[in-house]
Design a protein around this ligand. Structure first.
Ligand SMILES: [Ca+2]
Length: 363
């Protein structure tokens, strides 16, 4: 009897110590993550028709890209090189300029002052690159706080730059802790080229990621990845300064969003939660356990990179089309989709090439 009591006491002491250990070392203060309801859009394998642009292995993890009016595709990989290629020739990548960072994410054309490109870099902040070289335009907000996790960037006609910061609490390499925490730690920043100041435009957002301006530039549309939605923030007109849902219940976490030639939008959807791990996101105790155990965190956060999915969303916020590769056969974890001359160009943090898909053959 004494042996049983002693064992029970020991077991209780161990479980209390384990629970305290988990809570003490847990870096998160979690809420439950609400997953979207199952999608009614039929599955397909359209993205298995993607072919590679240029040689495989040249660009590691191209998270974003754009094609300029002259048909030159620009992207940036983990080595910090901005690479470009004339797509009508479809030949070799040109190494144009390099920034000294392995954490460049968003890339967009810039026409203000000097032509070039803008980079959202998770460590450096907002960087402008021209023929003359690179300059960090913004690394701190007006309150002096550091921009730790710039993700995507877009420039308006007046030169204002909008930057997404998915999490002010967790950095780029710990992005999955923000998913586990499921609290609105993100911001949208605005850089004013006249003053050089960077202010917080929107706060308390759920992992704001892609940002885009429609042709009219009357609003800013931004994606909230683990909220499975995109919102619209009005920049002009009677609703100026207000925010509304643009599209929600997306069949994946929206990453980057780009304007299509017909005024609709292409959104790369990442798999935020892999099948079989949904239960982790409903329990605060399990979240603490995962967040405080590197091996478990690696298991839960690495798994969602086995599929590719993009959606086309109309200007009215309705999903027009979904293209996917349910097996991740060629590409997985597609973060960006950019349409140019009847083709869709695709980037991914999990691949070492850009993809290209002819849209006229998709259903
Ligand atoms: Ca992104």
């Amino acid at each position: 009897m004494n042996m049983v009591a002693a064992f029970a006491g020991f077991a209780i002491a161990c479980s209390v110590a384990f629970t305290l250990h988990v809570f003490f070392f847990s870096p998160i203060s979690p809420d439950a993550l609400h997953l979207p309801s199952p999608s009614s859009i039929p599955s397909n394998k359209e993205l298995q028709n993607v072919r590679r642009v240029g040689e495989e292995g040249v660009i590691e993890g191209p998270e974003d890209l754009f094609v300029d009016k002259g048909g030159v595709v620009h992207t940036i990989g983990r080595d910090g090189w901005i690479r470009r290629m004339q797509i009508h020739v479809d030949g070799c990548w040109e190494r144009w300029k390099q920034i000294h960072s392995s954490s460049a994410l968003g890339i967009t054309p810039s026409n203000h002052a000097t032509a070039g490109v803008l980079i959202a870099d998770a460590q450096l902040g907002l960087v402008k690159v021209t023929e003359a070289g690179s300059t960090v335009l913004a690394s701190h907000r007006v309150d002096g706080s550091e921009i730790r996790f710039a993700d995507e960037v877009v420039e308006s006609g007046d030169g204002s730059v909008y930057i997404s910061v998915p999490s002010t609490k967790f950095g780029y390499h710990n992005w999955y802790l923000d998913v586990l925490e499921a609290k609105p730690n993100g911001q949208i920043l605005k850089y004013d080229p006249l003053t050089g100041r960077t202010t917080v435009l929107l706060d308390h957002l759920c992992f704001p990621n892609g940002v885009v301006l429609p042709k009219e530039e009357d609003c800013l549309i931004f994606c909230e990845t683990w909220k499975f939605r995109c919102q619209k923030y009005w920049l002009t007109g009677a609703r100026k300064g207000t925010t509304e849902i643009f599209v929600d219940n997306l069949p994946g976490g929206p990453d980057n969003i780009h304007l299509a030639p017909d005024g609709s939008f292409w959104i790369g959807l990442i798999q935020v939660v892999s099948p079989g791990h949904e239960f982790v996101h409903t329990s605060k105790l399990l979240k603490h356990l995962v967040a405080s155990t590197p091996r478990l965190l690696g298991l839960v956060s690495r798994a969602p990179t086995t599929k590719a999915r993009v959606v086309k969303v109309g200007a009215d916020g309705r999903i027009i089309k979904m293209l996917e590769d349910p097996d991740g056969k060629l590409m997985s974890f597609v973060t960006t989709a950019f349409e140019f001359e009847g083709h869709l160009y695709l980037g991914s943090l999990a691949n070492n090439f850009l993809g290209k898909l002819a849209l006229n053959v998709t259903k």
